[in-house]
Design a protein around this ligand. Structure first.
Ligand code: MF3
Ligand code: CO
Ligand code: CO
Length: 274
């Protein structure tokens, strides 16, 4: 990296919030509740259920637990969760569409609890799905976890993206460039941006106490996306299948704390054929 490139990166560094023990405790509670919401919605993900019914369930879950769904009315988003089906990359809006056998769907939940944001998403298989859809889900989950494994104080942001990109592309998949992970805490989307592609050593260095998400979107086809006329729904331009998983993490000296671990061990679907 040239000196010219380094200057803005350093300027950005100084503005990344560093959080302490109380914040980690708050994020742990918010992340745990959000992961529990995904666990509890899991049995509903079956042929015939509408994405709106999933949205209603999570809204009620939030109300019952003293939490607020962060997406609702966020920059005009009309629902409590995002449901992204098949070739939808992210930000799908729940509606009357019923899930059908063979669909894959990402459910992305962000809950605010005691002021802190937990943000997590997983893929779900509706009944039997194709072998290629299973493979995409496996590759995407591995991509997320390799990104998480790259996190520790002193590592560069580019190391996270590099870990994700080299693995996903090695599996003949592509990494979406138009959306990234993000800092969060008392706000939903904050600095830094966490790109899901990159080069080792590139970008700012992580410090213990930083809070952000990692949420790679991986496509079976090309990486290009477009936004539908609803202003939200992002789809693959080539209509290839897309998958995503997301965790919220806090950087520690030796690694990171994952705040959004599934209490029920339902991190990912398991396929009998794999
Ligand atoms: N949960 C999404 C993320 O991971 C953001 C959804 S914003 C919304 O950052 F407005 F589309 F809901
Ligand atoms: Co996010
Ligand atoms: Co999210």
């Amino acid at each position: 990296m040239t000196q010219f490139d380094l200057t803005p990166a350093l300027a950005q560094d100084s503005k990344i919030a560093i959080y302490g023990t109380d914040a980690f405790e708050g994020m742990h509670k918010a992340g745990h509740l959000t992961a529990k919401a995904l666990d509890e919605v899991t049995p509903l993900v079956r042929p015939g259920v509408t994405t709106e019914a999933l949205d209603d369930f999570v809204f009620e879950f939030a109300m019952d637990h003293g939490a607020t769904p962060a997406p609702l009315n966020y920059r005009g988003f009309p629902k409590s969760i995002c449901t992204s089906l098949n070739h939808v990359v992210c930000h799908g809006i729940p509606g009357p569409r019923a899930l059908k056998e063979g669909d894959i769907v990402n459910i992305d939940i962000t809950l605010i609890f005691e002021g802190w944001h937990g943000d997590t998403s997983r893929m779900f298989a509706v009944g039997e799905i194709s072998r290629r859809a299973e493979r995409l889900i496996d590759v995407t989950y591995e991509s997320l976890m390799l990104g998480v494994a790259a996190v520790h104080a002193g590592t560069a942001i580019g190391d996270i993206g590099y870990a994700i990109q080299t693995y996903a592309e090695g599996e003949r998949c592509s990494v979406v460039r138009d959306f990234c992970g993000h800092g969060l805490g008392r706000v939903f989307h904050d600095r830094p941006n966490i790109l899901h592609y990159g080069e080792p050593g590139e970008g700012m260095r992580l410090a213990a106490g930083m809070l952000f998400t990692i949420e790679p979107m991986i496509n079976l086809g090309k990486s290009h996306v477009k936004i539908l006329t609803d202003g939200w729904t992002a789809v693959t331009r080539d209509r290839s299948l897309s998958a995503q998983f997301e965790h919220t993490v806090g950087v520690t000296e030796k690694g990171c704390e994952i705040f959004t671990i599934s209490p029920g061990g339902l991190h990912r679907p398991h396929f009998s054929s794999s």
